[in-house]
Design a protein around this ligand. Structure first.
Ligand code: NAD
Length: 259
């Protein structure tokens, strides 16, 4: 990463992706944002990231649609001339036991959390290979390393993205193109807030107690990892200190997977 690097961050209208966009922009990158949201939310995300001074643009690709992923990569390359840094961050969650898991929810989780990353990498790699440089970071999860009940599609997709990370790393190891995954534990974002709300409702408890219980069940630090912690990890992986780090995972989980 240099002060003129170009970064594309999927799912950067909210949560971890927005923090990553902020972090990369504060390191001097120009960024292409992507994600769903109201026009107001998208404008707010653009304005927030733009205050760091670099150029900011937005592509509204629906990542469940491979042709829109392809068009997003082409749009970023046309707009900025190249993509130096690709962050595959967008993700959704759905919880149900396997026998009750709706097939269309399985398809949606796999499409957005796994296949979209494959398509983005597939389309961004030729440009990176032509220039002999690139940084790819996939936002996986502790659920790429261990499982939790009722998250079959999410766990399968996140295990899959770690496998994909390793293959991309091996295929590009001789070039200055690295591919790594970040594995957060609980981070308080809209994706997790929905799970806290569901727990509070299910157990008839208040939100603060649902939050404490959620952490106590899995995350020994009893603290949420902050979106800006993930952003710093990503900046490290895109920076000079990680030039020979590829095909691996960086875990920020308050001890979750040490148990
Ligand atoms: P979030 O819900 O705040 O953000 C998700 C982003 O993905 C949003 O910008 C949303 O618009 C975008 N998105 C969803 N579906 C999309 C689609 N079809 N097309 C384009 N964009 C789409 O969630 P978050 O917690 O910030 O999650 C970001 C990533 O971090 C996800 O991959 C998630 O699995 C991973 N993660 C989160 C946690 C956590 O505790 N929050 C833990 C581990 C991993």
């Amino acid at each position: 990463m240099t002060r003129s690097s170009i970064a594309l961050i999927t799912g950067s209208t909210s949560g971890i992706g927005l923090a990553i966009a902020d972090g990369l922009a504060s390191n001097g990158c120009s960024v292409m944002l992507n994600g769903l949201g109201s026009p107001e939310q998208i404008d707010a995300a653009r304005a927030q990231v733009a205050r760091h001074g670099g150029e900011v643009d937005y592509n509204g690709a629906d990542l469940a649609r491979p042709e829109q992923v392809e068009a997003m990569i082409a749009d970023a390359e046309r707009r900025f001339g190249r993509i130096d840094i690709l962050i595959n961050n967008a993700g959704i969650q759905h919880t149900a036991r396997v026998e009750a898991f709706a097939a269309e929810r399985w398809d949606a989780v796999l499409a957005i959390n796994l296949s979209a990353s494959f398509h983005a990498i597939r389309c961004a790699l030729p440009g990176m290979q032509a220039r002999g440089h690139g940084r790819i970071v996939n936002i996986a999860s502790v659920h790429g390393l261990v499982a939790s009940a009722e998250k079959s599609a999410y766990v399968a997709a996140k295990h899959g993205i770690i496998g994909l990370t390793k293959v991309v790393a091996l295929e590009n190891a001789k070039a200055d193109i690295t591919c790594n995954a970040v594995c957060p534990g609980w981070v308080l974002t809209p994706l997790v807030q929905k799970q806290i709300d569901a727990r509070a409702q299910r157990e008839g408890i208040d939100n603060a107690r649902a939050e404490r219980e959620l952490l106590a069940e899995k995350q020994p630090s009893l603290r949420f990892t902050r979106p800006e912690d993930i952003a710093r990890a990503v900046a490290f992986l895109c920076g000079p200190g990680a030039g020979n780090m590829t095909g691996t995972t960086l875990t920020l989980d308050g001890g979750w997977t040490a148990q």
